[in-house]
Write a protein that binds this ligand. Structure first.
Ligand code: SF4
Length: 683
């Protein structure tokens, strides 16, 4: 079966190659796809692996490298921690010492320095799944270095069961993260760096300075980059000697603001080491979302091009440009790209005609068509990814949270974009939501097959915005026929398509969990956010998931413009009922944030929501989250809702009514959850 799939996919790529030769045929430059620090620790973030697969399919030599996990392992390893403690001693000299509890905590770190260092490699090995016996060592508890988080896991008894060892190992790592953040690098977090600074940053200079000053990046990332680029130089020399271009295309991805500092360093060091032999590109979710209106030219000191959206059309157009002698004329073909011209102006080129960030340009149809094909057929086989480097992080007992963080998933998507693309709060104006393109399942399964054969992993995380039921069905049917089926999970919409039969067949075909937006769990709430299903639809789909044994996680919001206190209270009461009935396993609440690319903002721009008063600060760099008049009113709900959810979902105290957590004066629920459940056929 696997061979058949391979043969089919090979046939298809030959057919595609015959159809049209891309404008960069003959180019022999080497692609290097880099994930800079810091992203999730449990599995490779998929973007660079998709790009790498695309380059190889296009016939260019390519490598994907996850510098995030490499820096993480170097930092928390034995030698890394020696440098951390030595650096902290130096950094704290002359600084005003903390007082009280903080002073005791800080002293305890230094007193336990040797214990931390002695434990480091064993801890990393254990969290990578390499040494199961280490669990028993951790469970005993004696002689372990303990910070605030580790103490909390060990509790008063000072020992735990061996199955709780991953939580303790994670807590020790998190204690060290706190220490590094306090003593050496305040922007540091284990899965992000200076995120608050980069997100919505109006000034590039501030972000660039944070990157340049970062102790962690300077001590651990710069040396890694210097060493890597030395090797790349040798590879390029060898290419040149063999008659190739001797040039490199460096594609750095920044899926989140917390990767920007690392991305800047990666490009800076590349330019310093390779000069004109490297072309640097920056893409990823952060670029496509937050840098969509960028006019600051300074970023182009580091990056030659910013690539937007799925990236394939942009990359293909840059490759075609690099092949032309006349760069001025060649730029007419650029697609979804920003660059700085010779006069220093930032030019946005080749965006779709409906793109308001750069009116007047339009992508060439051929590039867009090629991209559609790539989105359907290119899937990573994770060749070159070392899954044994990733860490199983356990910072919550919640089963859905564990699914996210403690398992090394192979990440794929069933479709690009969202088939619904209407939710009012969602970034529906952006390509990755509004352009819905289903994947070619033959190609997807062939790639996943190759990846699992290489890694021994059979768990897939579909990173879709919302897995389409049609593709889930097709995938589940095929999966059932495999000699060793995959387990899979991903985002889903709790809509009518998830019938009892659909959920049962999906579960039989490998579906283990879904996460999805309930947002506001009232009839009115679902309507104002245009969720596309009503309360009865929601409850029924949750029942169907639960009957099939599928875990469910719900995203919730409050503070949507115009939402009443009563509606927030009623939504919380309904959430309590859903948790009580076991229809939702876990949930997360966040205060509504108005974003620049949301449907709500687009409607406001068209004059359809006159009551909304967004505050849009001028920015030459990033823009995404916006404030709006009156939003602070809803802050009064933050603490009570967080406390209620922690009690209900984490501690199982579902008998406690919402009123237990509300201060005087806040609305009490009036919604009759029992009747609603009964009407939906639950009781
Ligand atoms: S919130 Fe989810 S379901 Fe709604 S439009 Fe966005 S991606 Fe689609």
């Amino acid at each position: 079966m696997r061979e058949l799939l391979y043969r089919n996919s090979i046939k298809r790529s030959s057919a595609m190659a015959r159809k049209s030769a891309p404008g960069y045929t003959g180019l022999t430059m080497r692609a290097l796809c880099i994930q800079p620090p810091f992203v999730q620790l449990n599995a490779p973030y998929p973007a660079i692996w998709y790009l790498d697969a695309w380059f190889r399919k296009e016939g260019l030599p390519s490598a994907a490298e996850d510098h995030s996990i490499a820096v993480t392992r170097a930092l928390y390893g034995r030698e890394g921690l020696r440098r951390v403690f030595a650096g902290a001693r130096l950094a704290l000299k002359g600084k005003k010492p903390p007082e009280g509890e903080a002073a005791l905590r800080l002293r305890a770190y230094f007193e336990q320095e040797e214990r931390y260092i002695a434990l480091a490699d064993g801890l990393l090995g254990y969290l990578s799944g390499g040494d199961p016996s280490f669990a028993y060592r951790l469970a005993v508890g004696a002689g372990l270095p303990l910070g605030m988080r580790a103490e909390a896991v060990l509790g008063e008894e000072g020992a735990i069961a061996a199955e709780d060892a991953p939580a303790l190992a994670t807590a020790i790592l998190n204690d060290l993260t706190d220490f590094i953040g306090y003593a050496l690098d305040e922007g540091f977090g284990a899965v992000r760096y200076a995120e608050r600074l980069a997100s919505g940053a109006r000034d590039y200079g501030e972000v660039a300075k944070a990157a340049a000053d970062s102790w962690v990046h300077n001590q651990f990332y710069r040396p890694l980059l210097k060493e890597r680029y030395e090797r790349l130089k040798d590879e390029l020399d060898a290419d040149l000697a063999a008659g190739g271009d001797g040039q490199a295309l460096m594609c750095v991805t920044a899926p989140f603001p917390g990767c920007l500092a690392g991305a800047l360093l990666a490009a800076e060091e590349a330019k310093a080491a390779l000069g004109g032999r490297v072309t640097t590109l920056l893409g990823g979710g952060y670029v496509s979302t937050e840098l969509r209106f960028l006019t600051a030219p300074e970023l182009f000191d580091r990056f030659d091009y910013l690539c937007y959206d799925a990236g394939y059309a942009a990359l293909a157009s840059v490759l075609a440009l690099l092949r032309t002698a006349d760069r001025g004329e060649g730029r007419r073909g650029l697609t979804r790209v920003r660059y700085r011209d010779e006069g220093g102006a930032v030019i946005a080129a080749g965006f779709p005609a409906d793109e308001t960030s750069c009116p007047g340009f339009s992508a060439p149809a051929s590039e867009e068509e090629a991209e559609r094909e790539a989105l359907a057929t290119v899937h990573p086989d994770y060749a070159g990814a070392d899954f044994s480097a990733y860490l199983r992080i356990v910072d919550s007992p919640n089963p859905m949270h564990r699914l996210w963080n403690d398992t090394p998933w192979l990440k794929y998507r069933l479709a690009y974009g969202c088939y619904w693309k209407r939710c009012a709060f969602c970034d529906t104006e952006l390509d990755y939501i509004k352009r819905y393109l289903p994947c070619d399942l033959d190609a997807l399964m062939a790639a996943a097959d190759a990846a699992s054969a290489r890694t021994g992993l059979y768990g897939l995380h579909f990173t879709d915005e919302a897995m389409p039921i049609k593709l889930v069905r097709q995938f589940a049917l095929r999966n059932r026929e495999r000699s060793r089926p995959f387990s899979f999970w991903g985002n889903a919409r709790f809509d009518r398509s998830w019938t009892e039969e659909a959920c049962a067949m999906a579960a039989e075909g490998g579906l283990i969990a879904v996460s999805g937006g309930i947002e506001i769990a009232t009839g009115k709430g679902l309507e104002i956010v245009d969720k596309g299903f009503n309360l009865s639809d929601l409850i029924r789909s949750l029942v169907h998931f639960k009957r099939a044994g599928i875990l469910t996680h719900a995203y919730l919001i409050y503070g949507f413009p115009g939402q009443s206190d009563q509606d927030i209270a009623d939504s919380a009461e309904m959430v309590r009922a859903l948790l009580s009935e076991g229809l939702v396993d876990s949930a997360f609440w966040h205060k509504f944030v108005l974003t620049r690319h949301s449907r709500l903002y687009a409607r406001w721009e068209r004059g359809e929501v006159p009551a909304l008063e967004p505050i849009v600060p001028p920015s030459r760099f990033a823009v995404n989250d916006l404030r709006f008049k009156g939003e602070e009113y809803y802050e009064r709900w933050t603490a009570p809702l967080d406390a209620a959810l922690a009690a209900w979902a984490d501690r199982g105290e579902l008998e406690l009514p919402l009123a237990t957590f509300l201060p005087k004066g806040l609305a009490r629920p009036k919604l009759d959850a029992r009747t609603i459940l009964a009407n939906a056929g639950i009781r």
